[in-house]
Design a protein around this ligand. Structure first.
Ligand SMILES: Cc1cc2nc3c(=O)[nH]c(=O)nc-3n(C[C@H](O)[C@H](O)[C@H](O)COP(=O)(O)OP(=O)(O)OC[C@H]3O[C@@H](n4cnc5c(N)ncnc54)[C@H](O)[C@@H]3O)c2cc1C
Length: 445
């Protein structure tokens, strides 16, 4: 009798738009039956099961590592603990040993780093002390963004600043395995969760190849549709190869890169309501990956040190990073950088973290509400396990309305009805409509 095919749960993760292309399932699948692919409907990289028939008789290790099915932060953290029991006991919102503000004199204003350049300084220091780095980087030969193993300081020039649109993280686990000495790993929260979940479940040995983890604080990632929409509104016909959302300063210019041009758009200096509308209708949260909207780990709980932008009232004119040391390893690495003069630090607090990131992000309020509604609708959402008594949220009528409006707009984006989206955006935001009317009146005069 032939064995019945039971599809792995990750197929639900993929169809329900919860995959983030972390690459954990690719490594876990014994017959290499999962690959990373670009889904043009969702405008994002995700996993794809090559041949569902090959899932016959398999005990589905892909499911056991997928951070969009379940992620146990305590287990994942324990897998890479370097012997300090203090690092195993999470406080509220994960492991926080200290919060500081920081900036690097070398990298803050290099035109690449998106905030105070602290993460870049950490990467540079790691390379200087001969510790390789696994991070997203550009291949100088084919100009593609992929996880790479950097081995020398000269490789730093191929390390991009923050990449806000979907990319595939697949391959990082292979690089950690291949490294001939322990590495620094740089990752956003979902990528890191996938890697550590894979290590704690399938290949515990690999933990010794990771010496330190530097994480990015991450609010969300756009789908590629945002770029296509912007190109359409701006009548850019050549395909956009890459985009830099930040450049020059705190908000910065949007740089679109085509085969032979770099196009710069100012993000603040809108000359007309039309431009403002184009911008708003290309970069709204309707373009975010659904998985990002339900992410309950924006502050990168599994990193040794997590770095983000310190958007504080008192520092508003400067590019400064907020630096969260989460483990003893992270804390000593940050102190080392300070004492050798590579970064400047000043004391900060959890309240500053809330001011810089917003309560919604720090306490994952919106994410939890979205996940609750998705669950009610029978969709797959991650099961997060952490020490947290504030996990329960109530969903109001207004929350449900907002969620349904967002899902409606997301469908329009995914069907690439960008012009319709722009019109509806104006209807949705009366202020935009008012500005447009004022522009039309002043043109007539
Ligand atoms: C998708 C995304 C969302 C973000 N959202 C927030 C937010 O909500 N709040 C906030 O404070 N900051 C956010 N950031 C900014 C991020 O925290 C900063 O990059 C960080 O402060 C480090 O800044 P830096 O100037 O020191 O280094 P940068 O030079 O900006 O960072 C470079 C390092 O980050 C790595 N990297 C860049 N993009 C990615 C990516 N997509 N995935 C994995 N690694 C990557 C590079 O390989 C490199 O090692 C986001 C960044 C990204 C990529």
């Amino acid at each position: 009798m032939s064995e019945k095919i039971t599809a792995p749960l990750i197929s639900r993760v993929i169809t329900d738009d919860q995959c983030i292309a972390c690459g954990a399932c690719l490594s876990a699948c014994p017959p290499d039956n999962v690959r990373s692919t670009f889904n043009s409907f969702r405008g994002a990289f995700e996993a794809e099961i090559v041949s569902p028939e090959s899932c016959v008789g398999c005990d589905k290790p892909c499911d056991s590592v997928c951070p969009s099915i379940a992620i146990d932060f305590v287990k994942a953290r324990a897998a890479i603990n370097r012997g300090n029991p203090d690092d195993l006991n999470p406080s509220r919102d994960g492991w926080i040993r200290s919060v500081q503000l920081g900036w690097s004199s070398n990298y803050r204003d290099d035109g690449v780093s998106s905030s105070g350049g602290v993460l870049r300084a950490l990467v540079a220091n790691s390379l200087k002390v001969n510790r390789p780095v696994v991070c997203l980087a550009v291949d100088p030969d084919d100009d593609k963004l992929k996880p790479r193993l950097l081995t020398g300081i000269e490789d730093l020039k191929f390390v991009p600043g923050s990449i806000y649109h979907s990319t595939s993280f697949a391959g990082a686990i292979d690089l950690i395995r291949m490294a001939d000495r322990p590495v620094m790993l740089v990752a956003i929260p979902c990528q890191l969760a996938g890697i550590l979940q894979y290590i704690s479940t399938c290949e515990k040995n690999l933990s010794k190849n990771i010496e330190v983890i530097a994480g990015l604080i991450c609010g969300w990632m756009f789908s590629h549709h945002s770029l296509s929409a912007f190109a359409k509104y701006k009548e850019i016909s050549e395909p956009i190869i890459d985009a830099r959302y930040r450049g020059g300063d705190r908000v910065g210019k949007l740089k679109l890169i085509t085969q032979d041009k770099e196009l710069l758009f100012d993000r603040r200096d809108f000359k007309s309501a039309q431009e403002r509308i184009d911008y708003r209708s290309s970069f709204s949260t309707d373009y975010n990956r659904l998985r990002c909207r339900g992410c309950e780990d924006h502050l990168n709980m599994l990193a040794d040190v997590a770095v983000g932008d310190a958007w504080l009232g008192r520092t508003s004119t400067k590019k400064i990073s907020v630096v969260v040391a989460r483990t003893s390893v992270g804390e000593s690495m940050v102190r080392e950088l300070e004492s050798s003069g590579q970064i400047n630090l000043e004391p900060s607090s959890f309240e500053d973290l809330i001011e810089s990131q917003s309560r919604n992000l720090v306490f994952d309020t919106i994410a939890r509400k979205i996940n609750k509604q998705l669950k009610e609708a029978g969709k797959k959402t991650p099961q997060y396990t952490y020490n947290d008594s504030d996990g329960i949220v109530s969903v109001s009528f207004l929350d449900r309305l907002q969620f349904n409006v967002e899902m409606f707009f997301r469908r329009i984006v995914r069907k690439k009805h960008f012009k319709l989206y722009r019109v509806l955006m104006v209807v949705r935001h009366p202020l935009l409509l008012l500005r447009l009317l004022l522009d039309i009146i002043s043109l007539r005069k």
